[in-house]
Design a protein around this ligand. Sequence first.
Ligand code: MV4
Length: 447
Amino acid sequence: MFDKVLIANRGEIALRIHRACREMGIATVAVHSSADADAMHVRLADESVCIGPPPSSQSYLNMAAILTTATMTGVNAIHPGVGFLSENARFAEMVEEHGLVFIGPEPKHLALMGDKVQAKEAAIDLGLPVVPGSKGAVESLEEARSVAGDIGYPVLIKAAAGGGGRGMKVARSEDELEDAYRMARNEAKAAFGNSEVYLEKYLTRPRHIEVQILADGQGNAIHLGERDCSLQRRHQKVLEEAPSPGLNTEARERIGEIARQAMLKLGYRSAGTLEFLYEDGEFYFIEMNTRLQVEHPITEMITGVDLVREQIRIAAGHPMTLRQEDISFNGHAIECRINAEHPETFVPSPGQVIDYHPPGGMGVRVDSALYGGYRVPPHYDSLIAKLVVHGQTRNECLMRLRRCLEEMVIDGIETTLPLHRRLVENPTFINGSYAIHWLEEWMAAHR
Ligand code: MV4
């Protein structure tokens, strides 16, 4: 096992990884920007090194500074966390070239899944169900017209280099296709420096279901059930739950087994998530996330598996000892993402936290690097806390979540807590019948 790990991240996720390391007897090195000198992840780590000024491009994305720090502090491995360098194939390769272990997948799998056209082709080869659409990239407007004519409108044009919803355009009929095609290409070129696009049938009212995978690249792979991430605004997840209130046991086991087999066939190593759209009883693969995810705690709550610990053990070369038959699903978990943002406009609200009181008690977990007096810096993602609640049933989970939202105090800055307090009283949320556009429609109707 590793003696020492560098955590190339910040905030609550850096703390989450630090905690797993500590419990495994692994020393930690925190890296931080000059804006994060007072951060909790820096205080708790065994060692810390300032790697640059506040902008992430010069600190948390600064590969040379991170690799130099790793060498100087004598770590065995680097955990990239989420976002930042976590899905960067070149970084993973450089980590290996420095004789260190990247706690994540192999660079080739990061590269494969980073290109959405290649990822979809791989998905088809791996036996995953995909959305009907173009075979590979669409090279011309004529080709786009022909594919759209075959699959039928509405269609969605997506950027090969995209993901997370950037560079997508809907065409509801042939009249809209030319504009959508040109705009998608231009946006893709501007955003990613790659104008390659592909085309899919547009699903109008799907749920967003993702399946958690653990695999060791040595012939073992398991799935840990799904998370429902349909409650989102502008491609930012707001609240996630596991299991999905929209799936039955048959559908859950079917997609879990399909995902598990696909990862075995791919020879994937590490934690990973397969994203699907789910509509009218059918699953359609859209993307794979080759990293730990922000919402991983809800899976941990219903399975009892420490995903970060498993990820570290796998990276250290230990064959997985967990088998699919060891995994059972217990109860229901919900995560509320609490952001330093205005609860209605979502305008960021950095600044000093005056009072911080996290809720506690049975079935409650708060992942946060906050403390009273902490200044939320304006330079980074505004996620400041994850309130994660478990119950034996979805209803028990909801009752407990309402209780926690009443108890929780974050004073001094605006947060999305009031949004969550309204959401948990909404009949559509309570009955679980929401799909991916519901939250935005509900919020728009409320203004
Ligand atoms: C889609 C879709 C409808 N039809 N693909 C958005 C992010 C990216 N991961 C894929 N996305 C979508 N792909 C087809 N063929 C609708 C979305 C989508 C979405 C997906 C998941 C969660 C929230 C979403 C919000 C808007 C659009």
